[in-house]
Design a protein around this ligand. Sequence first.
Ligand code: BES
Ligand code: ZN
Length: 866
Amino acid sequence: MGKGYYISKHLATAAMVLAAIALVTIIALSVVYNREKSKNAAKFSKATTLPVFPTPKTSNEPWDKYRLPDTLSPQYYNVTLWPRLVKNANGMYIFTGISGVMFTCEKKTDLILIHSNKLNLTVFKGHHAKLTGLSGVTAPAIKTTWFQSETQYLVIQLEGKLKPGKDYWLYTEFTGELADDLEGFYRSEYMENGEKKIIAITQMQATYARKAFPCFDEPGMKAVFHITLIHDRGTTALSNSQEIKNVIIDGMPITRTIFGPTKRMSTYLIAFVVSDFTYIDAKDKKGVRIWARKKAIEDRQGDYALNITQPILEFFEKYYNTSYPLSKSDQIALPDFNSGAMENWGLVAYRETALLYDPRTSANGNKQRIVTVVSHELAHMWFGNLVTVKWWNDLWLNEGFASYVEYLGADYAEPTWNMKDQTILYDLQSAFAVDSLTSSHPLSRKEEEVNTPSEISEMFNTISYSKGAAVLKMLSEFLTEPVFAKGLSVSFTVLSLLCLFSRLNQAVDQTPGIKLPYSVHEIMNRWILQMGFPVVTIDTRTGNVSQKHFLLEPEAVVDRKSEFKYVVKHHNCDITFENPSYKSNGSKMNGCWPTSMCRDTSEAQILDDAFNLARASIINITLALRTTKYLLREREYIPWEAALRNLNYFFQLFDRSEVYGAMQAYLKKQVKPLFEYFGTISSNWTTVPSGHTDQFTQIIALSLACSTGVEGCRELTRSWFKKWMQNPPNNAIHPNLRSTVYCNAIAAGGAEEWNFGWQMFQKATVAAEAVKLRSALACTKVPWLLNRYLEYTMNPEKIRKQDATSTIGYIASNIIGQPLAWDFVRANWDYFFKLYGTGSFIFSGLIRDVTYRFCTPFELSQVHDL
Ligand code: BES
Ligand code: ZN
């Protein structure tokens, strides 16, 4: 009893810490964000010739609003950009550009607002732009122009009004920095044959197109783009559409690549690349090409991606019942890339680890990552690119949808992998984990709630991706897959919930045999408009069924009041929700365990539920732990992975406390049979099993056996690593097992092992191998090595900017590294915030990683002090 109290007190504090971290993170983010923003603004004002006006907080001026007015709509752009891949006289990398946009005036106005950020615009007769009327219309003269730094606008005030229905041409010339900041038009560097190579690449989502050229940078402001890139002869230029002309410029070592007009598209999907990369293609009608560094392509690292891209495109053509809309589909692997991948229309960009696969050194997990990422991004080619959200508040529909159908595309490309079953781990359970906190939010946000670039960036979160995927999967399952796909119809261009649901309703009405108790809207609104999910209690004596909002912290106060009435009804001996629960896993899952559910996923779900219920103090922790007793006999991946995650949570909380020893001993006992089983079937670890997920289970067996001290495990991993150290060119460790082996050997060793690992990391030419080493280097128990490694994350020559925060995260997951990483991040907060604060999910991931173990009131107070 005493122990039970001890545990639940810790858990309660941990839940409070989690909630506090979320809150403090948001507050700290906004404070530092504003501070950094004003610093940037100061920097920017130096680059321009006219003054920058600060934004008064209460202003009602249109240039102080983050949303563009509805007075103008862009039709097409002519953009020419010239990135310089050598430093200029001031030691800077820059690009120059000229851009014209034809827009139609929709409503009478004497004001033009167009996004422009960190661009130095040429001044013509005192103004930053030229305006002309088209088809005989005379444009009013420009009165004044300035930059509104807060809202990132070039503001153009006119002497007279623009006329509704008339077209105008706005022309600008500009210079920008080709920085290594992973945003907008930026540069990436890598070494090849001892030579430093520089390439120019882009990342526009969500609000960085305005950093490459002035544009109406909202997803709803679609236009046609005519793009031209000027670049050195011998380099290749790529963009969204096919090259139509390549003009050599006489007397200069440069060439001009002109691309055909794009489809009508959003600015965030624009892409440019200038590089000396090479490609492989399948010579097929879809125009699939895989681009990467020359060495990577020569080493055939693009072959796997090439094999799967074409089938996945064909799968989605059938799924959406619409042909792939473009004439080419380039996939490019970039050495520096902020997110995992980006769905630029026709030129999809990836981190190297998300596209390149080397069978000699990459693990099957790396292969799975590639097939799911490719599938996710290709799903966007229709859902997201052809049909696009009007504004970022609906982002969940875009990302949630791609996150759901990525499993369908991956399953088509790799039918023996049972990919669809993995949703339970990677979406459902991850969604539950954050949706059970008071800091969660409803999937759907009102348009007015999302305005600033940082509010937009916040939308790229687990709720949008994973809860979005889980809810859409549930919808697809209760409608049935064919009805869901039929209702999707991508024949409209604005992606809106209302449209989608009406079409799904129509599809239901047209399908005999399907009858819903409510409309799709009514069913789905409960899941979309309110946050969280219900915990349902069934009194087996009375048959009473009750429900309440499931919260990990039972006493927490929820600010967002919601009705929370998920309809529950009795059905024979089972209990079913009338509105199905999104705890669905591949069968008609209605809040209880149907017999058709496959065994391993249901075990995994029982286990995850039990741990969550225990964390919420609804059931006793011993009951949850009891669900792991059977693991002695378990050989399947999904339940083991679910168990591991939940047990890891407890380990991370208690690995500095007295219960640790007992937990360790228990887990050791549970995993021993699994370790022995794989030892036997793999002829004493010399082979790997043939089944895809069995290979994952084998990795779990080895890593858990070594970390809990199962006899023979550490000796094995140490001897494999030693052999490699004795003969570095010949690494005989199986790629699947490398992460575990490297980590264990470096943890057990000292500076010699660490330095060897570091050398191998620097020499690695396969990105997946480099990640394995980079994460293993964080396993050392030697504090000075960890501190030195932390310092490396601030030196892009040692650790790429794209990898800095995840490296700190690896160090924080090491019990010795955690306090070092926490101190390091606090000491260098401004540096990290400036670099990663507003882009994608990187910064929130960093905070989560360095505070993950926190569970005491003292640690809570440290978070408050941030
Ligand atoms: N559109 C996103 C990339 C992105 C994320 C851009 C955040 C800007 C901010 C892309 O479709 C995506 O979701 N990529 C994922 C991989 C995917 C398999 C979940 C990523 O980058 O991790
Ligand atoms: Zn996506």
